[in-house]
Design a protein around this ligand. Structure first.
Ligand SMILES: C[S@@+](CC[C@H](N)C(=O)[O-])C[C@H]1O[C@@H](n2cnc3c(N)ncnc32)[C@H](O)[C@@H]1O
Length: 255
C-alpha cells in the first residue's frame, strides 16, 4: 500500500494514505480494511457485554470483577473509536486491538481466573471493605485504571495521524513529531497509560499473583518496545527527537 497521496483521474478521489483514502482533502477509512458488518457486530457485543455485566452487579459477590470486565470492554471500544475519530486513515477492524498476541490473552485469563478462584476460596481477601488495606489498595487501583485510560486516550487524540498501533519502521507522509499536549509531559503517554491501567486493574481486583506477573511482563514489554520505537523515531526526526527526548521523560519506572 502506497503511503503517499496518489493522484487519480476522478476529481473526488484524491489518493490513498496508509490504509485510508482522501476525498476532497479529507481522510476516510479504507473500506476493504473495515468490514462494516463485523465492526458493527463487535461494537454491539462490547455494548451488550457492558449492559450484562452491569445488570449482574447486584447478583455478583465480588463486584470488582464486573467493573474490571466493563473497563476491558471500554478500553477495546475506545481503541477503535478514537482511531476512527482522530486517525481515520489508519482505522481497521484490528483497531479494536483484540489480536494482541497470546501473552495478552493469557494475562487477562490469569487475572480473571485468579480473581474468581480467590473470591470463592478466600472471600475475605476479596472484599474492598474487609480492611483499611484492601480498601486503600482497591481505591488506588481504580484511580490508576481511570488515570491510565485517560492518559492513553489523550495520547491517541493528541498524536492523531502520527499514532499507529504498529510501530512504524518507515516514515509515512502523514507522520510528524508530536511534542505538545500530553506529549509535552510524557514521551510515551499511550504506553504509560496502558502500563498503569493494567497494574491498576490488578490492584482493583486485589490480585497479588497477577499484579506481580503483570508488572514483570509489562515492564519488559514496554522497555523493549520503547527502545525499538525510539531507534526509528531518531531516524525519522533526527536532532529534533534527540532534543525532545532529553527534555521529556518516559514516566514509566526505570525506563
Ligand atoms: C502505539 S504508538 C505509541 C506512541 C507513543 N510511544 C506513546 O506511547 O504515546 C506507536 C507509533 O507512534 C509513533 N510515535 C511515538 N512517539 C511519537 C511522537 N512523539 N511523535 C510522533 N510519532 C510518535 C512511533 O513512530 C510509532 O509508529
Amino acid at each position: 500500500m502506497s503511503t503517499d497521496p496518489v493522484q487519480l483521474d476522478g476529481e473526488e478521489f484524491d489518493g490513498i494514505v496508509d490504509v485510508g483514502v482522501i476525498i476532497k482533502g479529507k481522510v476516510y477509512p479504507y473500506i476493504e480494511k473495515n468490514p462494516l458488518d463485523e465492526i458493527s457486530l463487535i461494537g454491539f457485543a462490547l455494548g451488550g457485554a457492558v449492559g450484562i455485566l452491569m445488570g449482574l452487579l447486584p447478583y455478583t459477590n465480588f463486584k470488582n470483577i464486573n467493573i474490571y470486565l466493563i473497563a476491558v470492554s471500554i478500553f477495546h471500544f475506545l481503541e477503535f473509536y478514537v482511531t476512527a475519530r482522530f486517525n481515520p486513515g489508519k482505522v481497521t477492524k484490528d483497531s479494536y486491538l483484540f489480536n494482541n498476541g497470546k501473552a495478552y490473552l493469557f494475562s487477562h485469563a490469569l487475572a480473571f481466573s485468579e480473581a474468581l478462584i480467590e473470591s470463592v476460596f478466600y472471600p475475605s481477601w476479596k472484599s474492598s471493605l474487609h480492611s483499611n488495606t484492601t480498601f486503600f489498595i482497591s481505591v488506588l487501583g481504580l484511580a490508576l485504571l481511570i488515570l491510565g485510560q485517560y492518559v492513553r486516550t489523550a495520547a491517541m487524540v493528541t498524536a492523531g495521524s502520527s499514532f499507529s498501533h504498529q510501530v512504524k519502521t518507515s516514515q509515512n507522509s502523514d507522520h510528524s513529531l508530536v511534542t505538545d499536549g500530553i506529549y509535552a509531559r510524557l514521551r510515551h503517554p499511550s504506553y504509560f497509560g496502558y502500563f498503569w491501567w493494567a497494574l491498576g486493574s490488578q490492584l482493583w481486583l486485589l490480585n497479588p499473583l497477577s499484579f506481580a506477573v503483570f508488572t514483570v511482563v509489562l515492564w519488559r514489554f514496554f522497555n523493549g518496545r520503547i527502545r525499538f520505537e525510539e531507534r526509528y523515531l531518531l531516524q525519522f526526526f533526527g536532532q529534533e527527537y534527540a532534543k525532545y527526548s532529553r527534555k521529556v521523560g518516559v514516566g514509566t519506572p526505570f525506563i
